[in-house]
Ligand binder design. Sequence first.
Ligand code: E4P
Length: 220
Amino acid sequence: MKFFVDTADIADIRELADTGLLDGVTTNPSLIAKSGRDFMEVTKEICDIVDGPVSAEVVALDHETMMKEAETLRRIADNVCIKVPLTIDGLKTCKKLTSDGTMVNVTLCFSANQALLAAKAGATFVSPFVGRHDDNGFDGMALIRDIRLIYDNYPGFTTEILVASIRNPVHVLESARIGADVATMPPAVIKGLFKHVLTDKGIEGFLKDWEKTGQSIPTA
Ligand code: E4P
């Protein structure tokens, strides 16, 4: 499963990219606003740090303007992935862009039928929002299971399931169990995956015993 980070915070992106485990980045207008940075400038900076897809979202609601915005965004870097909302105009834009070889992430997906439409429109990624689904009394992970089942029924579909709106490590674990292709996570969730109390305790115990040996490992 690929790991994307869901943020426009450069310090967090750099820190996670340094682990070698980061496969891409997703942003949205709210995350850009939170960064306080210029959209074009910060997106370019992110694209320079990460080799994988960097989702940048259009804000127009009509197909013609979406296409114009996408044109501007795709000039930022080769790894920009245009993010469009799951609407008729969004999917029209998706179809046009992907047939020209541009990566597209169809966002704000809340039903398996919507995911079916995104796949038919040739989306590179579809982003079902599990956290917001849960928040509204639905079962976010059941949605991922349904989409996986449907996509697997039609091997011709190439759209990757990008689990979005992830709130905790259980969402990540379940996504991997189901076989989702990508999980985009806030930096804190990714960092949390590394942690286990028994790992910390184990290191502490080993180092205590190592001290007793009086030895050191030559580092030069
Ligand atoms: C996905 O690409 C979105 O940016 C994101 O996951 C939304 O998450 P939220 O529900 O925490 O805002």
